[in-house]
Design a protein around this ligand. Structure first.
Ligand code: C2E
Ligand code: MG
Ligand code: MG
Length: 657
């Protein structure tokens, strides 16, 4: 509004006859041409987007202020701004703002000249000698007004603090504007001598523009991802650090979101990298359009993205942003005539709630992202208790190595009892860690840790070694009982597992049939294809196999698909449903029937009462395990139990019924 009024008033005062007179001169048209070209070729600074820099039109428009004053300079500048705005597809409000911002800054420069310059009345003014100081003052006035106007707008738009916007790149901006403005008096000299001298400025300005653009481009490449044009890790670190120090002073929160595409690898592998690349570009575009100006979207490599929220109210708003990002990706993407459904998992960490610096913020967002992925919740906020890397866990991890060397692992044994004769028909070996400070730790406290580490093979070896040497001792004592050992997903994914088992059996001179290996249903659901070769190789050795924790996931027996499994262990959560849930009773009952029909044994886990024992027996379970019979026992106790109950005469697991 102010710019509009100022331009209108000054044009009115200038008068239309003089304008018409000027329009008859070629000089004005040449100048207009130079200003338009200059508007289309701004000199960018590394941190400002390309079309926000100092325009190379400045020498000409400023020369117009010196020569004719505000009305002519303002009018030509506004015309050029509108043309450039249309050419680059800027929004109308943005173009209007740019035009007004020029008029106001020019107005300040013009006022300085009028105040301190000689009274030239209406004749064009050609500055010389000491007058150049007045021109310098006017240039300073222009620069400051322009800076404040533009940065106020940007700061409001990006919700960034004005002070940091004003000082950003200030040295470089001063320099570039100084160079451009210093050319203005020379343009004036050219204007007074011959109109045709003016276009010659095109060449030095082009040189300036090209070299500046090249260096900015280089700088841009260092800070941006080539494929998507998003910020890269380097720029993300820089911006996060800026945001953190800002947040510290002004006491607000910073959010860091880490986003990972689910199943992107499949797209890349099946459809090829060019398609994958285009998909990533689409993802980048959608993400950029779902955040506020001032937020930064970065690509960290592969299918991993990060979003920095330099100012976020609370965890709820951070979650909102994350949800918006996910929704933006949920829309199917059309590529090569095919629709792709992409899903993403997002982890959120906040400053100062979760971490004080970039490193830790990133790590915590990463943890949250994995939790989101694992739980399929899509979005997760960092929570220390879900952090496997929390300090307690990390120190436990350090101890694990020692535990394996010092022999702190121990096997407990839980009897498996036949439900018709109440005889012990086998033992399940369950690992414990006798931690010197923390006491006896159950497997869920450290097996997941083992799975994440390079110690896994040593662990498998140790468990088998402990168990098989116990079996050998029992055999020497005349207690011939088969023993089951549990295997985790990672252990089953290890192609050397059959060799480790063979070597263990050979070392203790044991036949393969004394050993049964339990594979959790969870593993069968997620990794069936990957572990099938290992399972077949194990079966070839002659060890028998059991499907553990049946009923916890979405596994159906049909998916066993001919795998040589002899026993199905019905999970305790499933077993518990028999008692007070009539539907559960029917479901469990028919599952047990099916197990029998398929020629396998059903074993009930977690049997805690006589009632449940009787129930599972009547439903056709062959054996059961649980505290009703005996809890997991230390080796010595297990030996006593075996002696008392007299182990089976034959140690074989009865292979199919
Ligand atoms: P699992 O193979 O299903 O083992 C049965 C779990 O049920 C054992 O927990 C056992 O102590 C518990 N349990 C026994 N009686 C009852 C009862 O009456 N009621 C209830 N609710 N639970 C009962 P534990 O020993 O803590 O083992 C947990 C899991 O850790 C095992 O589940 C197995 O998947 C894994 N695991 C145990 N030992 C090893 C090992 O040596 N290697 C690997 N990879 N995993 C192991
Ligand atoms: Mg088990
Ligand atoms: Mg189980």
């Amino acid at each position: 509004m102010a710019g509009c009024v100022l331009l209108g008033v000054s044009l009115f005062w200038f008068g239309s006859e003089r304008l018409q007179l000027l329009a008859a001169q070629p000089l004005i048209w040449v100048m207009l041409g130079m200003v338009i070209i200059g508007e289309l070729r701004p000199i960018a600074t590394p941190t400002a987007p390309t079309d926000n820099g100092s325009p190379t039109s400045l020498p000409f428009s400023f020369a117009l202020i010196i020569f004719y004053g505000l009305p002519v300079a303002g009018l030509i500048q506004v015309i050029a701004t509108v043309i450039a705005g249309v050419a680059r597809g800027h929004a109308a409000h943005r173009t209007a703002f740019n035009g007004a911002q020029y008029v106001l800054s020019f107005g300040v420069a013009d006022a300085v000249i009028r105040l301190f310059g000689p009274d030239t009345a209406d004749a064009p003014w050609i500055p010389e000698g000491a007058h150049l100081i007045v021109v310098a003052l006017a240039a300073g006035g222009y620069f400051l007004t322009n800076l404040v106007l533009v940065e106020c707008a940007v700061a409001m738009h990006e919700r960034a603090p004005l002070r940091s916007m004003l000082t950003k790149d200030i040295g470089q901006r001063l320099f570039v504007s100084g160079v451009l403005l210093s050319l203005a008096p020379l343009v004036v000299v050219a204007m007074t001598h011959s109109v045709w001298l003016v276009p010659l400025f095109f060449f030095p300005l082009s040189a300036l523009y090209i070299s500046a653009t090249l260096s900015v481009k280089r700088e841009y490449q260092v800070n941006h991802d080539e494929l998507t044009g998003l910020a890269n890790r380097k720029l993300l670190i820089l911006r996060t650090q800026e945001a953190l120090s800002e947040a510290q002073q002004r006491n607000h929160r910073v959010g860091l979101l880490l986003l990972d595409l689910d199943r992107f690898k499949e797209v890349n592998d099946t459809l090829g990298h060019p398609t994958g690349d285009r998909l990533l570009q689409t993802v980048a575009r959608r993400l950029t359009h779902s955040v506020r100006p001032g937020d930064l979207v970065a690509r960290l490599g592969g299918d991993e993205f990060a979003v920095l929220l330099p100012q976020v109210r609370d965890a709820v708003s951070a979650r909102e942003v994350a949800t918006r990002l996910r929704v933006s990706l949920a829309e199917p993407m059309r590529l090569d005539g095919m629709d792709f459904d992409l899903e993403a998992s997002i982890g959120i960490a906040l400053y100062p709630n979760h971490a004080p610096d970039f490193e830790l913020l990133m790590q915590r967002a990463d943890v949250a992202m994995y939790v989101a992925k694992e739980s399929r919740s899509g979005v997760d906020l960092y929570a220390p208790h879900k952090d496997r890397n929390s300090t307690a866990r990390l120190s436990l991890f350090g101890d694990l190595r020692r535990a394996l060397v010092e022999g702190e692992l121990e096997m407990f044994y839980q009897p498996k009892v036949n439900l018709d004769e109440y005889q012990v028909v086998g033992m399940e070996a369950l690992v414990r860690w006798r931690h010197p400070q923390r006491g006896v730790l159950p497997p869920e406290e450290f097996v997941p840790l083992v799975e994440q580490s390079y110690l896994m093979r040593n662990f498998t070896h140790e468990v088998l070694e402990l168990t098989l040497s116990q079996v050998a001792r029992w055999r020497a004592d005349g207690l011939r009982t088969p023993v089951a050992v549990n295997l985790s997903a990672r252990e089953l994914l290890d192609p050397t597992l059959p060799d480790i088992v063979t070597a263990g059996l050979r070392r203790h001179r044991l036949p393969a049939r004394v050993l049964r290996l339990e594979i959790s249903e969870r593993v069968m659901v997620t990794d069936a294809d990957a572990i099938t070769p290992t399972i077949l190789a194990l079966a070839d050795l002659g060890v028998s196999l059991a499907l553990d924790d049946f009923g916890t996931g979405y596994f159906t027996l049909a998916r066993l698909n001919g795998l040589p499994v002899q026993e199905i262990k019905v999970d305790e959560s499933f077993v518990q449903r028999i008692v007070d849930d009539p539907d559960g009773r029917v479901i469990v009952g028919s599952a047990i029937d099916l197990v029998g029909t398929l020629g396998m044994h059903a074993v009930a886990e977690g049997v805690e009462t006589a009632r449940v024992a009787e129930a599972v027996r009547s439903m056709g379970c062959y054996a059961a395990q649980g505290r009703y019979f005996a809890p997991p026992l230390e080796a010595a106790e297990a030996t006593k139990c075996l002696r008392k109950h007299k182990a089976l005469p034959a140690e074989e697991h009865t292979r199919s019924a």
